[in-house]
Design a protein around this ligand. Structure first.
Ligand SMILES: Cc1cc2nc3c(=O)[nH]c(=O)nc-3n(C[C@H](O)[C@H](O)[C@H](O)COP(=O)(O)OP(=O)(O)OC[C@H]3O[C@@H](n4cnc5c(N)ncnc54)[C@H](O)[C@@H]3O)c2cc1C
Ligand code: FES
Length: 276
């Protein structure tokens, strides 16, 4: 009998085994997959709700080979509203992937890594952070800077203290406007880039968040003297095939689905519409 070839357009069945409310607009779904999946930090999957539609998400759980997968999702429209309103424990969805290249961690070996996230951008970054922790001794320092509108808008708050205890890792948080009881920094996430205590020439950056945040983070990093080729941005584009076939997600000659979604800013900076 000939070996069965996996059809990349065909999703595997995924049963919801847990739903965790992270904030008022973000939940994490834990899925039991009908087949094991192996994904690298930064790679994404396409999630299908039968009869409703498909959308791209980056898993928020630890990268590697798994038969359970977490995806943390902001309510944003047709597919995501349906997930939030209707998809509960025991329900079945489809997941296909993984797609994209993910983070080029080998390139960061021997250097500092600065992780800058905002809003729901923390969700995809969590897999990236776990990926860095899996090989923490490869990096001089991992410095995590997260921003949210208010204390209640952070995901994974119960994990931050544990992350900060990892070897040569630090975590700093900021909220947009001061709030009673808040002891962290105040201001949008770029305030955390003002007083960096890292050797800039020796630091790579990964960043994920809304387009407007990515834009101002990039401008601040460039102002601080970062090499554009040391800045990796998780690009958010509407996607369809996830495979570089439908031409829906390109920036210049690059396809975000195939070459990213974490794109080196130096390689895309001269093309139009980098920030949406
Ligand atoms: C590689 C990748 C990874 C992602 N990972 C996550 C994740 O981990 N968690 C998460 O919550 N979200 C993530 N997103 C964003 C998520 O895919 C969109 O929020 C989702 O597709 C919206 O679908 P919808 O049907 O709910 O909304 P729709 O009804 O399609 O749209 C709602 C609104 O959002 C806009 N929109 C839809 N999709 C996008 C998009 N990709 N970029 C910009 N605007 C868009 C629409 O134009 C519309 O204004 C990721 C996106 C990409 C490309
Ligand atoms: S989603 Fe089809 S080319 Fe990228």
């Amino acid at each position: 009998m000939s070996e069965q070839i996996k059809n990349i357009y065909y999703p595997v069945e995924a049963e919801v085994i847990r739903v965790i409310a992270e904030t008022s607009t973000i939940k994490t779904w834990r899925f039991k997959l009908s087949e094991q999946m192996t994904f690298r930090a930064g790679q994404f999957v396409q999630l299908t709700i039968p009869g409703i539609g498909e959308a791209p998400f980056t898993p928020s759980s630890e990268p590697g080979t798994c038969d359970e997968l977490d995806i943390t999702i902001l309510r944003a429209g047709r597919v995501t509203d349906n997930l939030h309103d209707n998809i509960k424990e025991g329900d079945l969805v489809g997941i296909r992937g993984p797609f994209g290249e993910g983070y080029p961690f080998d390139k960061f070996k021997g250097h500092n890594v600065l992780v800058v996230g905002g809003g729901v951008g923390l969700a995809p970054m969590r897999a990236g952070i776990y990926g860095l922790f899996q090989r923490i001794d490869d990096f001089k320092r991992v410095s995590i800077k997260f921003g949210a509108r208010s204390p209640g808008d952070f995901c994974f708050t119960d994990e931050f203290d544990e992350w900060a205890k990892r070897p040569h890792t630090d975590v700093t948080l900021t909220i947009d406007r001061d709030s009673p009881g808040w002891t962290g920094r105040v201001g949008v996430v770029t305030v955390l880039l003002e007083d960096l205590d890292l050797d800039i020439a020796d630091t790579y950056v990964i960043s994920c968040g809304p387009d407007i945040m990515l834009k101002f983070v990039t401008l601040k990093l460039l102002e601080k003297g970062f090499d554009p080729y040391h800045i990796y941005l998780s690009m958010n584009r509407r996607m369809s095939c996830g495979l570089g076939k439908c031409h829906r997600c390109n920036i210049g000659p690059y396809y975000i689905c195939k070459d990213g979604p974490d794109m080196c800013y130096g390689e895309i900076m001269n093309y139009p519409n980098v920030f949406g």
